[in-house]
Design a binder for this molecule. Structure first.
Ligand code: PLP
Length: 392
């Protein structure tokens, strides 16, 4: 029987009922501007600050180190452009990042290169993990910032963040991590892990789209990305998006509180998918089998096009992705899969299934029932597959 299975939680997640309920008052009766002085507004201010506390607590940070933004992309832009401007003025115009970051980082780095900054894009190892030796070797006296994502959005690999933080601290270089995929799935402590700046986004953890946050360690001074009023401690202007900020607070608190309970269930579902899908001949798992997000499955099926696979899965009610959601619609092979050394044609046949705690074992059963015959059908129509088969 056909069912609907949402397995694209790395692209975005369904807003949870409790998150939605917590937002409703601030979309209806509690419409006060958090910066005004009467009691209606004071309730908005209280709610915004309570949400800030929740974000800070999740990260092991202080409330005054949390700045609300409009999304993960904005947080990434602010961290990188702000640091570049501040440190560039001191003659430090070199940035180190990896080749498989999200475009929110890569395109920001490219924009900075046009402004005279130099960026080193470190390769990652075939398992999708950054080599600490390569990182250490890349840091120079004029390096201003290292930016390495906490967990990759396509292949789910989790980077050795505490070790990277320790290297940056030892070398006196600022460390930013794009933790958009990690927050709510992994325990994070910015102080213990030597993280100076961290980006996050609500819509990846059953919160609303269009709200995020930047953790900025106290003492770090970066220029504003948006100038105007005195909101967000004078650093990020614009009337607070109260309802969405409250939604982020609820979502991050809930997602983090559930980590212990949901992780073993997600890992069991993830590994059942991986184990069974790898039984299909000429398939490979992308990314490290263990150091990966609990809900991430990324498999390449040789001889087929990921886009055709997605369309056929959609016809069966399954939502998945063939690469980064932000680049779907483009037929270029994923830069992440190329960065771990996949040939173009194999990268093209990749599928990402990303599960959340809203998925069930029945969803996994259904995917395992529907997906293998689709792969077989597509391969039977593919001239490429005939060649692969003959080569053995
Ligand atoms: N960074 C990573 C790793 C992501 O996965 C995403 C979203 O896909 C972003 C940044 C951008 O976040 P937002 O959609 O909130 O701008």
């Amino acid at each position: 029987m056909k069912r609907f299975v949402y397995a694209d939680n790395a692209a975005t997640t369904k807003i949870s009922d409790s998150v939605f309920q917590s937002m409703v008052p601030f979309l209806t009766e509690q419409y006060g501007n958090a910066s005004s002085l009467y009691s209606l507004a004071r309730e908005s201010r209280r709610a915004v600050e309570a949400a800030r506390e929740k974000v800070a607590k999740t990260l092991g940070a202080e409330s005054r180190e949390i700045y609300f933004t409009s999304c993960g992309t904005e947080s990434d832009n602010w961290a990188l452009k702000g640091t570049a401007l501040a440190m560039g003025a001191k003659g430090k115009k070199h940035i180190v990042t990896t080749a498989f970051e999200h475009h929110a980082i890569l395109h920001t780095c490219q924009a900075l290169e046009k402004q005279g900054f130099e960026v080193t894009y470190l390769p990652v190892e075939p398992n999708g993990i950054l080599s600490l030796d390569k990182l250490r070797a890349a840091i120079r006296p004029d390096t201003a910032l290292v930016s390495v994502m906490y967990a990759n959005n396509e292949i789910g690999t989790i980077q050795p963040i505490p070790e990277i933080g320790a290297i940056c601290k030892e070398k006196g270089v600022l460390f930013h991590t794009d933790a958009v995929q990690a927050v709510g799935s992994l325990h994070i402590n910015v102080k213990e892990q030597n993280i100076d700046m961290l980006s996050l986004s609500a819509h990846k953890l059953h919160g609303p789209k269009g709200v995020g946050a930047l953790y900025l360690r106290k003492g770090i001074r970066i220029p504003n990305l948006i100038d105007g009023g005195a909101q967000e401690m004078g650093k990020r202007a614009g009337t607070e998006n109260n309802a969405y900020i409250v939604g982020l607070g609820t979502a991050i608190e809930e997602a983090t509180a559930l980590i212990e309970e949901k992780t073993p269930k997600l890992i069991a579902m993830r590994d059942r998918l991986i184990e069974n899908l790898l039984k299909i001949p000429h398939t490979r798992l992308n990314g490290d089998p263990v150091k990966r997000l609990p809900g991430n499955v990324n498999i390449s099926f040789e001889g087929i096009e990921g886009e055709s696979l997605l369309l056929m899965l959609d016809m069966q009610g399954i939502c998945a992705s063939s690469g980064s959601a932000c680049t779907s619609g483009s037929l270029d092979p994923s830069h992440v899969l190329l960065a771990i050394g996949l040939p173009h044609e194999v990268a093209h046949g990749s599928l990402r299934l990303s599960l959340s705690d809203m998925n069930t074992e029945e969803d996994v059963d259904y995917i395992l029932q529907v997906l293998p015959p689709i792969v077989e059908r597509l391969r039977s129509m593919s001239p490429l597959w005939e060649r692969i088969r003959q080569q053995g």
